[in-house]
Every structure is written in C-alpha cells, then in structure tokens.
Design a protein around this ligand. Structure first.
Ligand code: 6PG
Length: 254
C-alpha cells in the first residue's frame, strides 16, 4: 500500500482528522511563504470545507498566507450547479477572510485546451516557475467509483501526459469538458490528502490502495511528498485486512 491509511467511523470524524492534519501542515510550513492548496471538487469535500470555515477551525488558520487553486474544474459558468468553484465558494471562500488575489479559479476560455493552457500559465506565474514542476503544499483529492482522481479518468490520454501541468479532458457526448491537474503536478506535491467516504467507494478504494496498477488513483504516488487516505468505515468496508471482527464470545471459547 502507498501512503498512510486513516480510517474514521464516519464523515464527520474523517473531516476532523483531515482538518487537524491540514492545520498541522500549515503550521509546519514557513510563515514567510505562501501555503499553496489545491481543492478537490465533487461532493465529498463540501463538509470538509464547511468545517474549515467554522469558528472551531477558521480562527486557527492563517488565511492571508493561503493561496487556493482547483485540482480540476468543469467548464461551466461559476454559478453553475456543477461548478467546483461554486461549491468551494459556498462552503468555504465566502465565509473566511481569504484575500481575493489568493483565490485562483479556472478562467473559462473559448476552448478547453486554451483554458488548460491559461490555467497552467497562471499557476507557473504564481510559483515563478516557467519550467519544471511546482510543488503544492497540499493537494486534496476525491476518489471516483471508477477510481478516477481530479478529472483524470481510466484510460484517458490525459493520464499519460508528462509535460503539461494542466490538461483538458474532452469526453464528448453529454459529459462536461473539464481541465485537470496532471499526474506530474499531483505527484510533485508535498502532501496529497484523499477524502473518501461511502460504501459506494469501497471497491475503488480497494483497487486504489494497490501499487503498480494503471487506474488513475493507483498512479497517485508523490515522489517526495506525503500521501494520506482519509476514509470512513463505509469506504474501508472492502479492505479485508481492515475488517473489524466482532469480539469473540467468552462462552463460545469454553
Ligand atoms: C470532480 C472531482 C472528482 C471527484 C470524484 C469523487 O470534479 O468531479 O474532482 O474527481 O473528487 O468524482 O466525487 P464525490 O466526492 O462527489 O464522490
């Protein structure tokens, strides 16, 4: 298995543990440097973002030092119900004192590839790194039921992208076009935290934790960084070796 597996009884305790480790990471970073955070999309992280915005946590976080990016985005207007920006804005950004210049949403351009290229340029300009692969302090990821991460889907050509930091995902049909961090950028992060909840993710998690596979989640392996899987008991229910056996009855033993 790659990384550290943290199994929590349910989503609230998972989010509390993830918040604790997030704050520890911020506090361990240099107070003179920005802390660069990439948000995950989808629905699982919403309550984590709401927790960070709650007085219990918000008052402990040095928001002015944080810079927020998106690990992936659907190419829809920011007020669209499918927008990852909209979800993060509602759950977190509208509720904490994060300066506007520190928020780096994906800017929609005419074509998905142009959108990806512009976002990569913004990211490189922020890190002052015209070449090489910048290191995020923390990248948050969810896990799809097909073991996709960000908008890197099984067998998609974007999985094999080695040069770009941000790629366009053009699924065709009724599926939304997206832009996504690529594996080189994800695997350059100082920390990658997965937030995975629900029994519907049990099979994907079981595969994701295996090494050597070709599934997107199996290819998240930070070169030097820390990888932590925050999962609830539903998502962990497919991990035989983590089954919690009921205590044996004393009567049965006699
Ligand atoms: C997206 C997400 C995506 C998400 C997984 C899990 O924009 O769709 O980045 O990778 O993390 O699909 O989504 P849920 O948390 O909604 O199950």
């Amino acid at each position: 298995m790659r990384g550290t597996l943290v199994i929590c009884p349910e989503l609230d305790s998972l989010n509390q543990e993830a918040a604790r480790r997030f704050l520890a990471a911020v506090e361990a970073s240099s107070a003179q440097e920005p802390f660069r955070l990439a948000l995950a999309g989808g629905s699982t992280p919403r309550r984590f973002y709401e927790l960070l915005a709650s007085p219990e946590w918000s008052e402990k976080i040095p928001w002015a030092r944080l810079h927020v990016f998106w690990g992936d985005e659907r190419l829809v207007p920011r007020n669209h119900r499918e927008s990852n920006y909209r979800m993060a804005h509602e759950a977190l950004l509208a509720r904490v004192p994060l300066p506007m210049p520190n928020i780096h949403p994906v800017m929609m351009e005419a074509a998905p590839q142009t959108t990806a290229d512009v976002y990569e340029q913004e990211l490189r300009a922020h890190f002052k790194q015209a070449r090489g692969v910048p290191a995020f302090d923390l990248i948050l990821l969810g896990l799809g039921e097909d073991a996709h991460v960000a908008s890197l889907f099984p067998d998609a050509p974007t999985l094999d992208e080695r040069q770009r930091l941000v790629a366009a995902h053009k699924p065709g049909g009724r599926n939304l076009p997206r832009v996504t961090f690529t594996l080189p950028l994800i695997n350059a992060a100082r920390r990658v935290f997965f937030l995975v909840a629900g029994a519907n993710k049990a099979l994907a998690l079981r595969h994701a934790l295996r090494t050597g596979g070709r599934l997107p989640a199996q290819r998240v392996a930070p070169k030097k960084g820390e990888l932590v899987w925050f999962v609830d008991s539903g998502a962990a229910s497919g991990l035989e070796s983590f089954q919690v056996e009921p205590p044996a009855s004393k009567e049965a033993a006699s």
